[in-house]
Design a protein around this ligand. Structure first.
Ligand SMILES: Nc1ncnc2c1ncn2[C@@H]1O[C@H](COP(=O)(O)OP(=O)(O)OP(=O)(O)O)[C@@H](O)[C@H]1O
Length: 250
């Protein structure tokens, strides 16, 4: 569905070139939940920026259903690390925005937005403006807004990184619940091994400048329960494998 071919990105800072990704190739199958695991600075956000069409590659290509990606498209939702909520709209109106663009009628979009706000645990904050929310709350509002667009592909850049453990757990479960049976394709970036194993059908471990260190199908049965998994020998051995791969990334 999404194909990344020999993707390279070099930034220019003053008279210096900063190589963020080199020759990365990756195919993402339709309906699959892929977690991309890597340490800080290995190029994960740069990869998603290019997959979403927000950033042009220096060389290489991204295709979506065999068509070149040259800019953002409504079928591909992207939850970036930076805040992109509209400051002049309250939470519910931010969440309604993708449905407004699609021409969904006012009553239906308010109902759906209210439901999504509840799913991300923001009930009671519908009328708050982004500046009146915490960082984690803004992330959750952004997630609800992305889901409101019902995209075919969800690109998620460390969506739960800023949340406390309990809330992260609730939102991971909610994301899986929404994804299962939806047919949506998810690319989920994280640096947390346990999160990657809990969520993914497949884990891609990236090393420096986006070198693929490991690309593995995760055959742990679903639904996956974090407490049960931690004592599952298969999970423990996968965890060790990921830890070793990340160590190699140093
Ligand atoms: N706009 C930019 N200009 C210059 N260098 C950049 C720019 N964006 C990213 N980089 C560099 O590219 C490399 C990869 O950055 P990127 O943000 O993709 O990493 P990451 O894996 O997402 O990190 P993190 O997990 O900390 O978010 C880093 O060395 C970073 O300094």
């Amino acid at each position: 569905m999404l194909e990344v071919t020999r993707l390279t990105k070099q930034f220019v800072k003053g008279d210096m070139g900063i190589l963020a990704l080199r020759d990365l190739s990756l195919g993402i199958e339709e309906g699959c939940f892929v977690t991309v695991l890597g340490r800080s600075g290995c190029g994960k956000s740069t990869l998603l920026n290019m997959m979403s069409g927000l950033m042009p590659p220096t060389s290489g290509a991204v295709t979506y259903r065999d068509a070149p990606v040259t800019g953002p498209r409504t079928e591909v939702g992207y939850l970036t690390q930076s805040d992109t909520l509209m400051p002049w709209r309250d939470v519910v109106r931010n969440v309604e925005m993708p449905m407004e663009i699609k021409g969904v009628d006012a009553k239906e979009r308010r109902e759906r937005a209210t439901d999504l706000v509840e799913r991300v645990g923001l009930t009671g904050f519908e009328r708050h403006y982004p500046r009146e929310l915490s960082g984690g709350m803004r992330r959750r509002a952004s997630l609800a807004r992305m889901l409101a667009g019902d995209p075919e592909v969800l690109l998620l850049d460390e969506p739960f990184g800023a949340l406390d453990a309990q809330l992260r757990f609730v939102l991971q479960a909610e994301l899986l619940r929404l994804w299962q049976g939806s047919g949506q394709t998810v690319v989920f970036v994280t640096h947390d091994i346990e999160e990657a194993l809990l969520l993914g059908d497949r884990i891609v471990v990236l090393g420096r400048i986006g070198k693929v260190l490991l690309d593995k199908e995760i055959d742990l049965p679903r639904p996956r329960d974090a407490d049960e998994l931690r004592v599952d020998p298969h999970f423990v051995s996968l965890h060790k494998e990921m830890t070793a791969a990340l160590r190699e990334a140093q």
